[in-house]
Design a protein around this ligand. Structure first.
Ligand SMILES: [Zn+2]
Length: 241
């Protein structure tokens, strides 16, 4: 059966981004689903324990969602949990970071529009957050850079946007990186030493395993990373609305 055609049963992998309980005891979960994009799923009675979902409707839970698509709305029937990222809840800083990503995903994606490229970006970023070796600031930078890359909007970290010269250090201004000469023309930006740029490039490009292997060498001022990540978030807000 083609579950996309209309009503019927649907089974897709996804992740819970938000959860809302109504005073009447109904639960709604906003799930980013493979092939479907984000969608609200209603679980009538779930908030008053009539239907038992346990922790499977908590935000950050990954799994396969069994859905009945009715004429007007979609109903959650069951969840096969794959990962719940429960350990992140033990640290207020880490859970704050994870929630920040969820909020960005809610804000910058459209209900009913598939954005499958973002699922692995989010999943592996949460995994990275569980790793002790890598700073949350660099994980944050990697998350937004990889998101922008999947949409073709990530800044080039290797070449000056103004003249194309290969960058050692750079000025990061607006959506792009510039060499010293072009940076002076375009005005103020975040000044990145060669070493900073090297660390940001590694955090953006390295595979998950290589990143962890090299985590000990990625030394950079936290404030520098945060400033750069804010520029990525600005790009996302301006381009995605
Ligand atoms: Zn230049």
């Amino acid at each position: 059966m083609d579950s996309r055609a209309g009503q019927g049963l649907l089974r897709q992998r996804g992740v819970v981004l938000r959860r809302k309980d109504s005073p009447e005891g109904n639960r709604s979960v906003y799930v980013l689903m493979e092939n479907e994009g984000p969608m609200w799923l209603l679980a009538p009675g779930a908030a008053r324990g009539k239907v038992r979902f346990g922790g499977s409707t908590d935000p950050l839970v990954w799994g396969t969602f069994h859905v009945y698509r009715g004429p007007n709305r979609c109903y959650l029937r069951d969840v096969d949990v794959r990962r719940d990222f429960w350990s992140l809840r033990a640290s207020s800083q880490k859970i704050r970071q994870a929630v920040k990503w969820s909020v960005s995903l809610v804000r910058h994606t459209l209900p009913g529009h598939a954005c499958d490229d973002l699922l692995p970006v989010f999943f592996w970023s949460l995994s990275l957050l569980e790793e002790p070796g890598i700073s949350d600031d660099l994980s944050d930078w990697r998350f937004y850079w990889r998101w922008l890359r999947s949409w073709g909007l990530a800044p080039d970290l290797n070449r000056c946007q103004g003249c194309g010269v290969s960058l050692s250090g750079a000025f990061f201004s607006g959506e792009s990186l510039y060499c010293g000469k072009c940076g002076q023309r375009t005005g103020a930006g975040i000044r990145l030493e060669a070493r900073d740029l090297c660390v940001l490039t590694a955090a953006a490009y390295l595979s998950y395993d290589d990143l962890l292997k090299n985590a000990g060498q990625l030394m950079i001022q936290p404030e520098t990373v945060r400033s750069c990540t804010r520029l990525l978030e600005n790009t996302l807000a301006e381009r995605a609305g």
